[in-house]
Design a protein around this ligand. Structure first.
Ligand code: C2E
Ligand code: MG
Ligand code: MG
Ligand code: MG
Length: 280
């Protein structure tokens, strides 16, 4: 019986692998043409100050709209872009685009506005990442002090010394570092302290979980306190309703982002949204 199960398991495994690899290869080709034919663009989701409800910045999020008009979500294509190395080119484009828009916002008078940009670990570890970053900053004239790079907690986990060194060099350019999806990985507290990140982003699943009943025991609450103790700013991600906003606010969470405040939007809408919602 064990043998039978083993065989059945093996069969299932190889078959699903085959499908997976074919699908990956297909998407890799599609991704390559998507970059060349400009099927990708960046949208921006405002981040707000929970106490005043005023926008303080936005996160740049990549979108892929195929020729037939359907959207492929980043959670599906980013892993393939990473696996194939295409993320290097894609990531550089997102960074350049977001920096250009930041410069435009500054010119429009939004001088207190921070742009957050996701950086994949493949990109981050690329030997030319730092050169690329300083090049894009110089070329777009974007103020480094108003740029934040979001890296996931999983990057933060291996090669501690190498990573801490790299982060130090990146911070020398003046850009800030946020740890994205915080709480989903396993980085130790002492390591977190050594990373000297500026901000923690509470993953959406922990925001979904908070209720008044979870007071004192929720992960969101622990992250807020951790941020306070380590002198880091904290952003709650995926805030969808007033109840969550009220609890986060009562826990002292300074910043938030989510459908309750605004969905990701094209740049043309962002400036108008910022004016209506009271950014300077
Ligand atoms: P993330 O960086 O954690 O981004 C937050 C995700 O939550 C975004 O999904 C955003 O649209 C979504 N979101 C925001 N508010 C809410 C809410 O109230 N409810 C719900 N249900 N979702 C909300 P999106 O745009 O699909 O991106 C998914 C992930 O793909 C991102 O997670 C990030 O890891 C990755 N990604 C997106 N753009 C880029 C990029 O330019 N470069 C890299 N390397 N990764 C990216
Ligand atoms: Mg992010
Ligand atoms: Mg996140
Ligand atoms: Mg995420």
């Amino acid at each position: 019986r064990a043998k039978l199960l083993q065989r059945a398991g093996h069969f299932y495994f190889t078959r699903s692998m085959g499908v997976d690899i074919r699908e990956r290869v297909r998407m890799m080709h599609a991704l390559r043409t998507a970059i060349d034919e400009q099927e990708m663009f960046v949208v921006y989701q405002p981040q707000i100050d929970l106490a005043t409800r005023r926008p303080v910045g936005a996160e740049a999020l990549l979108r892929w709209k195929t020729k037939d008009g359907s959207f492929i979500p980043p959670d599906r294509f980013i892993p393939i872009a990473e696996f194939s190395g295409l993320i290097i080119k894609i990531g550089e484009r997102v960074l350049r685009e977001a920096c250009r828009e930041l410069t435009r916002l500054q010119a429009l008078g939004f001088t207190d506005f921070t742009m957050s940009i996701n950086v994949s670990q493949v990109q981050f570890r690329h030997p030319r990442f730092l050169d690329m970053l300083t090049g894009v900053l110089a070329e777009t004239g974007a103020p480094a002090s108003h740029i934040e790079l979001e890296i996931t907690e999983s990057i933060a986990m291996d090669d501690p010394d190498v990573l801490i060194d790299l982060l130090g060099q990146i911070k020398q350019t003046g850009v800030c570092i946020a740890i994205d999806d915080f709480g989903t990985g396993f980085s130790s507290l002492s390591y977190l302290q050594r990373l000297q990140a500026d901000r923690l982003k509470i993953d959406r699943i922990f925001v979904t979980e908070i209720t008044s009943a979870s007071r004192g025991s929720s992960i969101a609450e622990m992250v807020i306190q951790l941020g306070r103790n380590l002198g880091m700013s904290v952003v709650a991600e995926g805030v969808e309703d007033e109840r969550q906003a009220a609890i986060l606010s009562s826990l002292g969470c300074p910043l938030a982002q989510g459908y309750l405040f605004a969905r990701p939007m094209p740049f043309e809408q962002l400036a108008g949204w910022l004016k209506e919602n009271g950014v300077r």
